[in-house]
Design a protein around this ligand. Structure first.
Ligand code: ATP
Length: 302
């Protein structure tokens, strides 16, 4: 199906032809004596999928927490187009069009519809009293939000689960509810924190398809943190690689997978051939990690 952001509930946030650039400039974050991010810079080009990868502890989640306003950097800045995001509260950043999902599932209560409607909350113009009193304007607005939530459920493969309690969903579906809830904010930039972590091969392939569709249909930019290199190589236009809080490489998926610094960070030795078994690159040789794409039984990338 073809979807466009609706106009009556988010008039101030209709995307222009493309979302604005998300620019991260020289961002440094310290925790006591530890520098978790050390003058990190990268730009998420409008409408692109940009992956942020790196071994465990590289600083990926810290970076997401800066982008979504949970952490304030000691120096550097983040801008969405001309709007500075650094130092703004998370709900302000969300209202500017930057939505995120979390590594671990946070949605456990209510139906899929309930959760998606929570995602629409930030876009509601009718106040609590008008909604509680079911004033006509509030009722119309609620209807529009529900219709949009249904469209997003369809786009994310959850249409047949719309009225189902999330507690009864499969793990993969629950992860996609998180994604759908973030989309309900009508973001211009979507931050996906390990969207396929813990999924089996079929669920990962399905979610990869959904991310692809969402980007194409909604024309938004995606910043993706993911250990699954198959997914990164399949979806990303550009990749930034962090290690110990520093940016060590940047380029297309093909460029970074051959980059000597990247091979050293993941495998401990530069230029060694990467094993092709496990694509979940957590960054330790003991886990047999790799920067290879995973293939299904027919040899197609998943
Ligand atoms: N709140 C915190 N307090 C202190 N240290 C922290 C905090 N959050 C992260 N760190 C440290 O900062 C560094 C970067 O951690 P971060 O979680 O950003 O890495 P990551 O790349 O997301 O790792 P993973 O792939 O394991 O999720 C690590 O050394 C981590 O222990």
């Amino acid at each position: 199906m073809s979807l466009r952001p609706i106009t009556d509930t988010a008039p101030d946030r209709l995307p222009a032809a493309a979302p604005p650039e998300l620019r991260v400039r020289d961002v440094t974050v310290r925790f006591a004596g530890l520098t978790a991010l050390d003058a990190v810079s990268f730009t998420v080009a409008p409408g692109s999928v940009h992956a942020l990868i790196g071994p465990n502890g590289a600083g990926k989640s810290t970076c997401f927490n800066v982008l979504s306003g949970l952490y304030r950097p000691v120096s550097g800045e983040v801008r969405l187009g001309d709007e500075p995001l650094t130092g703004r509260a998370p709900h302000r950043i969300a209202a500017l069009g930057v939505a995120r999902t979390f590594q671990n599932i946070v949605t456990t209560e209510g139906t899929v519809a309930d959760n998606l409607m929570l995602g629409r909350h930030i876009l509601s113009h009718a106040g609590f009293a008008a909604t509680a009193l079911r004033l006509p304007r509030a009722v119309r607005e609620q209807r529009a939000h529900l219709a949009r939530a249904r469209e997003i459920a369809e786009l994310t493969g959850l249409a047949t689960r719309f009225e189902t309690p999330v507690a009864l969903l499969s793990y993969g579906d629950r992860k996609r509810v998180e994604l759908a809830r973030a989309l309900c904010l009508e973001p211009r930039v979507l931050l996906l924190d390990e969207p396929v972590a813990g999924m089996n091969g079929a669920e990962r392939a399905r979610t990869a398809e959904v991310i692809d569709t969402v980007r194409a249909e909604l024309g938004l930019s995606v910043l993706l943190v993911e250990h699954d290199m198959g997914l990164v190589m399949r979806l990303a236009d550009e990749v930034t690689v962090l290690d110990f809080g520093r940016r060590i490489a940047h380029g297309t998926p093909d460029e970074v997978r051959r980059h000597p610094e990247v091979l050293r960070a993941y495998l401990g030795t530069p230029g060694e051939d990467t094993p092709g078994e496990d694509t979940t690159a957590q960054g330790t040789t003991a886990q047999g990690t790799a920067l290879e794409e995973e293939t299904d039984s027919e040899g197609d990338p998943v």
